[in-house]
Design a protein around this ligand. Sequence first.
Ligand code: NAP
Length: 230
Amino acid sequence: MAREILVSGASRGLGYCIASSYLKAGESVHMIVRKRTDAVDELENTYPMCHVYLGDVGSDAAIQDALSKLREKVEVFDLIYNVAGIFWEKDRKGLTYLDIDEMADMMNVNAFGALRILKGLAGQIKEQTRIVNISSESGSLTNCEERGMYSYCMSKAALNMATRQYVREHGDRRNIITVCPGWMRTDMGGAQADLDPMFSAGEIIRLAEHMDELEEGALFFKYDGRKLPW
Ligand SMILES: NC(=O)c1ccc[n+]([C@@H]2O[C@H](COP(=O)([O-])OP(=O)(O)OC[C@H]3O[C@@H](n4cnc5c(N)ncnc54)[C@H](OP(=O)(O)O)[C@@H]3O)[C@@H](O)[C@H]2O)c1
């Protein structure tokens, strides 16, 4: 029987690769996208078990409709991939040029977006549900090598803490991880990046499918399964 998989940020990049991989494998995939694209329409036309929901994880109001449709449609999710994320090139310019009020927009998507989904679908998250939050090594307090990139790095560090808090709240149950997908050739990563997003998608799916085998107590991983420090 097909499993129920949710992917946010599925219109392009890593989210699209994860969603299309599961569709090809015959699973039932629920894609949250901000807008329809030809690629999304093509998936929907090709795979009867492709379900598309319009929603923006960046605010409670903009995601409510998608969440209520998902609650009606799905009893229990097997896997949830929180992939939706944003990055601004201008974030590289340091504190002098930082618009601190505007940083809230990035926190809203990169850190709070996953929480909106986990909160809104709490009734559809059961013992078997596995959750993957897509973070970044830039959100590691120890490993981050960026300089003056406040918004993005802080938002991913906050997503990591959200993951930790979720685990603490739910009795340290091993059903959620936060994963850095590596530097990928997507709109966000650019053409010079190291990795094909389909490769990262495959590695992350492998981690999610073998979550029980990951190091006990560890939550933050690189796409290849290496544990990352907070
Ligand atoms: N690329 C990298 O090298 C890299 C490295 C480390 C971590 N990551 C993380 O990996 C994830 C995927 O990145 P990517 O490279 O695939 O990025 P991407 O190509 O820019 O795609 C981002 C996806 O997120 C969606 N999205 C953005 N804001 C959203 C919102 N408010 N609500 C719903 N969907 C939203 C976009 O939808 P629209 O089409 O509507 O904009 C798009 O589908 C992100 O969380 C990113 O931070 C990426």
